[in-house]
Ligand binder design. Structure first.
Ligand SMILES: NC(=O)c1ccc[n+]([C@@H]2O[C@H](COP(=O)([O-])OP(=O)(O)OC[C@H]3O[C@@H](n4cnc5c(N)ncnc54)[C@H](OP(=O)(O)O)[C@@H]3O)[C@@H](O)[C@H]2O)c1
Length: 243
């Protein structure tokens, strides 16, 4: 991977931080975006550099159409190229249909759908042969075992359509596009000791939460040399949530 560059959106914490570090361990130079957590982002960069790779923390709000695309352009300016885009950033607003306001709908669609589309568009412009686009969906696009997930599941389902269409559109340029669907994964967004954890754990076949590193491993596979013929695929890393 020497000389190759990955951009991980939302890479200061959780699945994004684990992915950034795993890709650095695999030899990528890695840029990552964040909004609130400058210190956390800089700590991930320090850990990337300790692995002997270049790291770059970019404050870029995926809810802002300009910033979502510019993160890709800033990565190319600072690190010279982009070979892998990991569309990790995502927000979840859960609750009964009637409780979800217009601001919730706009925010979730801006971050989870529009920002992903615009970052992907910018990356596709910048990538050459061998480029990889890996998007983080959710197991709730495959199975929604209870009420409250309309907005989140709708937004993440759009990413499966995007991924399959991208695979067709970019395949001729040797660029792959795949989506990873995590199950309940222990992060700040969804702590394994949180109020909904017991119910989520019961829904998995393995009877436990996943770790951010377990999701990162799947992303690294799709970004790495073993996945050259894998595109348009949905990969569940969900402990059997969808089984
Ligand atoms: N955890 C789960 O159980 C689970 C399950 C299925 C799917 N997922 C998906 O996995 C992805 C990562 O989730 P996670 O659990 O690791 O989340 P997390 O712990 O909440 O971390 C979110 C990361 O995204 C950044 N971020 C948040 N809003 C942003 C924005 N508007 N623009 C740029 N960066 C932003 C945060 O940085 P700041 O701190 O700077 O804001 C942080 O680095 C999401 O797409 C989520 O939907 C998670």
């Amino acid at each position: 991977m020497n000389g190759k560059v990955a951009l991980v959106t939302g890479g200061s914490r959780g699945i994004g931080a684990a992915t950034a570090l795993r890709l650095a361990a695999d030899g990528f130079d890695v840029a990552l975006t964040y909004v609130q957590g400058k210190e956390a982002a800089e700590e991930v960069v320090r850990r990337i550099e300790a692995l002997g790779r270049r790291g770059l923390a970019l404050r870029a709000d995926s809810a802002d159409a300009g910033e979502a695309a510019e993160a890709v352009e800033r990565t190319v300016e600072r690190l010279g190229r982009v070979d892998v885009l990991v569309n990790n950033v995502g927000v979840g607003v859960l609750g009964p249909l009637e409780s979800l306001g217009l601001a919730d709908v706009d925010r979730v669609l801006a971050v989870n759908v529009r920002g992903v589309f615009l970052a992907t568009q910018a990356a596709a412009r910048a990538m050459g042969e061998g480029g990889r686009i890996v998007t983080i969906g959710t197991c709730m696009t495959q199975r929604v075992p209870g009420p409250g997930g309309t907005l989140y599941a709708m937004s993440k389902s759009a990413l499966t359509g995007l991924t399959k269409a991208l695979a067709r559109e970019l395949g001729g340029r040797g660029i792959t596009a795949n989506i990873v669907h995590p199950g309940p994964t222990d992060t700040d967004m969804n702590p394994a000791d949180g109020p909904y954890a017991a119910g989520q754990t019961e829904l998995t076949a393995l009877g436990r939460f996943g770790t951010a590193d377990e999701v990162a491993g799947a992303v690294a596979y799709l970004a790495g040399p073993a996945a050259t013929y894998v595109t348009g695929t949905e990969l569940a890393v969900d402990g059997g949530h969808a089984a």
